[in-house]
Write a protein that binds this ligand. Structure first.
Ligand code: PGA
Length: 255
């Protein structure tokens, strides 16, 4: 049984004071019984991570600390980059990699994403590897070729037990931040196709264990139907994760 993972990707929002307030509000709203039903990770900007870690530790909160990005080398002359080893030292457990905003705005290639997946795993953390198609790719029938190509490239060289531990986030680019959500049928179709591709790459056990999230304008009102799909194991939530009330309802799986 795959436990759902709800991940709040704050993107470049909330300074560290706002981050602390947001986590403290969430702590009032999300209770033990909610964490029994779903894992909940929070992915603040780098400058907030230490502050959020301190709140989680001090109040023994069950939110799982995440990051949005990292480099694949442990150290070196990479001005502005952050090492995966620094993140693991801060207690980060989940690291998003290959988000479409990184791919499209900052030129991240499939090879860079594969390097990051390897580095995140090497440091004992879990990659949330994103994939997704543009609107024009969808309209020209390229969705599966694009998404499954990204999945194959990102998992290349990984052992089945590593793949089994990972999270893949299917995020159609036309649904990110637009208010347009894929239908739950579309989300199920692509999450199942991803799982099927994982079975071909890493075997049936890895495919049965890997968690596949849907992302793209997920809201409290849509999470229950998404999560009811057999191959949708959670959600990567952007805009709606900035509002503690809305994100808490998503973390409660819409209850
Ligand atoms: P959104 O973002 O929920 O604002 O569409 C999702 C994401 O980019 O991870």
């Amino acid at each position: 049984m795959r436990k759902p993972l709800i991940s709040g990707n704050w993107k470049m929002n909330h300074n560290h004071f706002e981050a602390i307030q947001c986590v403290q509000k969430l702590a009032y709203l999300v209770g033990k019984e909610d964490f029994d039903r779903a894992d909940v990770s929070i992915h603040p900007p780098f400058t907030d991570i230490r502050s959020v870690q301190t709140v989680i530790d001090a109040d023994r909160l069950q939110f799982i600390l995440g990051a949005q990005h990292c480099h694949w080398d442990d150290k070196g002359a990479f001005t502005g980059e952050v090492s995966p080893s620094f993140l693991s030292k801060l207690g980060v457990k989940y690291v998003i990699c290959g988000h479409s905003e990184r791919r499209e705005l900052f030129g991240e290639t499939d090879q860079m994403v594969a390097n990051k997946v390897a580095a995140i795993l090497r440091h004992g953390m879990t990659p949330i590897m994103c994939c997704g198609e543009t609107l024009s790719e969808r309209e020209s029938g390229q969705t599966e070729a694009k998404v499954l190509g990204q999945v194959r490239a990102g998992l290349a060289g990984r052992k089945p037990e590593q793949v089994a531990s990972m999270v893949i986030a299917y995020e159609p680019i036309w649904a990110i931040g637009t208010g347009r959500t894929a239908t739950s049928d579309d989300a199920q179709h692509m999450c199942a196709a991803i799982r099927h591709a994982v079975a071909g790459l890493a075997g049936a056990d890895a495919a049965a264990s890997i968690r596949v999230q849907y992302g793209g304008s997920v809201k409290a009102g849509t999470i229950a139907e998404l999560i009811a799909q057999p191959d949708v194991d959670g959600a990567l939530v952007g805009g709606a994760s900035l509002d503690p009330d809305e994100f808490a309802r998503i973390a409660k799986l819409g209850a």
